[in-house]
Design a protein around this ligand. Structure first.
Ligand SMILES: Nc1ncnc2c1ncn2[C@@H]1O[C@H](COP(=O)(O)OP(=O)(O)O)[C@@H](O)[C@H]1O
Ligand SMILES: [Mg+2]
Length: 350
């Protein structure tokens, strides 16, 4: 059986000597029922799981009676282990031979904030698709929804599905501000925060952690100076809390006005930020000729799911190829590449 369209079949991969295990982690209010485990077993037996020779199923609650019976019925030599995670340890329901279970290596996380004091310029769109660009490159990503509007949550629930060419894809986990806990997403190397436009409404301890902050804006002829003021304000506010983060101004919703007009627009855009760059070595105004997020129907319609099915909106990212091309996918991968080049700490080359 292949995994369902919206589920990769596992949450993380751990390996130790010759064991390569698919790990599924459940953060549930209720006990795990047998069908949930059987679904994981089906996945492990499917061609999509051929790279794994072991399965680990972890829940934070417990297993139902039938589920425990099922697990016990496999006997000692089963290639699957089921455990219950509490704060400091995992209690195994089966197969506990005294050796500690393989643990993913503990790594420091890299924090991104997507922030500007202005609403409607693409924070949520950028946050989700930047997460997608990292997922496409094999990183586990946690998205934290700090905006009281909760658009990220409305749109993608607890996860965003990122399709890939193999048809399996990756799921990005989504947390709201209250549920966010670094340990809950311990396998996520990258954390991306979709911020509230009112800085004081974002948890200060998260802003302090930002390694990078992306400030989306638009390139409109009559808006350049106005947006410039908003961005100066945004930079001042971030700097009052975090002096170390690299800040990137990113043009979103870019529409090509033709070579001559673009030249004029670009010059006045870059000149607005020149003095900030001179005083702040970690402030980068991204040249839109190098990287910008183009206007795309796919990004525009990405949010339509909220209106179409308000009770159960669900969305994939705007990464599908259309006629062999996908602007959003190319643009967000270029963005990651740019950040890495300008201010990278080597994460993409690890
Ligand atoms: N590059 C783009 N191309 C087309 N539509 C876009 C683009 N970026 C954002 N949008 C649309 O603009 C609207 C506002 O974007 P959103 O991400 O919700 O902004 P914010 O989070 O800053 O309020 C959304 O409806 C979104 O679909
Ligand atoms: Mg938003």
């Amino acid at each position: 059986m292949t995994p369902e369209q919206n589920q990769a079949g596992y949450d993380l991969v751990v390996s130790k000597s010759n064991i390569v295990a698919a790990v599924q982690v459940k953060w549930l209010k209720n006990n795990v029922a047998a069908p949930q485990i059987l679904k994981f077993v089906d996945f492990l037996e499917s061609p999509a799981a051929c790279q794994f020779n072991y399965g680990i199923f972890i829940t934070t609650k417990d297993y139902s009676g039938p589920a425990r019976a099922l697990i016990k019925s496999w006997g000692k030599d089963a290639r699957i282990r089921c455990g219950i995670a509490s704060e400091h340890k995992i209690t195994w329901v089966n197969g506990d031979d005294g050796t500690p279970p393989p643990q993913p290596p503990k790594q420091d996380k890299i924090y991104f904030g997507i922030f500007t004091c202005k609403g409607g310029v693409g924070k949520t769109t950028v946050a989700a698709h930047l997460a997608g660009a990292f997922a496409l490159q094999g990183f586990n990503v946690a998205l934290v929804d700090l905006d009281p509007e909760q658009n990220l949550h409305k749109l993608v629930g607890d996860g965003v599905y990122v399709p890939n060419s193999k048809g399996t894809g990756t799921t990005i986990e989504v947390y709201d501000a209250r549920a966010w806990d670094e340990n809950a997403a311990r396998d996520c190397k990258i954390v991306i925060c979709d911020c509230s436009p009112a800085l004081e409404r974002n948890p200060r301890e998260l802003i302090e952690k930002f390694d990078y902050c992306i400030i989306p804006t638009t390139l409109n002829p009559l808006g350049i100076n106005k947006h410039g003021i908003v961005i100066q304000d945004t930079v001042q506010k971030i700097r009052s809390i975090n002096q170390a983060a690299h800040l990137f101004v990113l043009v979103n919703n870019f529409r090509d006005p033709g070579i001559r007009r673009f030249k004029i627009l670009k010059e006045s855009f870059l000149s607005v930020y020149k003095h900030i760059s001179q005083n702040d070595k970690k402030f980068h105004c991204i040249d839109p000729e190098q990287v910008c997020i183009r206007t795309s129907d796919q990004l525009y319609y990405w949010g339509i799911h909220i209106l179409e099915n308000p009770d159960n909106p669900s969305s994939e990212l705007a990464f599908q190829l259309i006629g062999g091309k996908c602007y959003p996918r190319d643009d967000f991968i270029s963005l990651v590449d740019y950040i890495e080049r300008e201010a990278g700490i080597g994460i993409l080359r690890e």
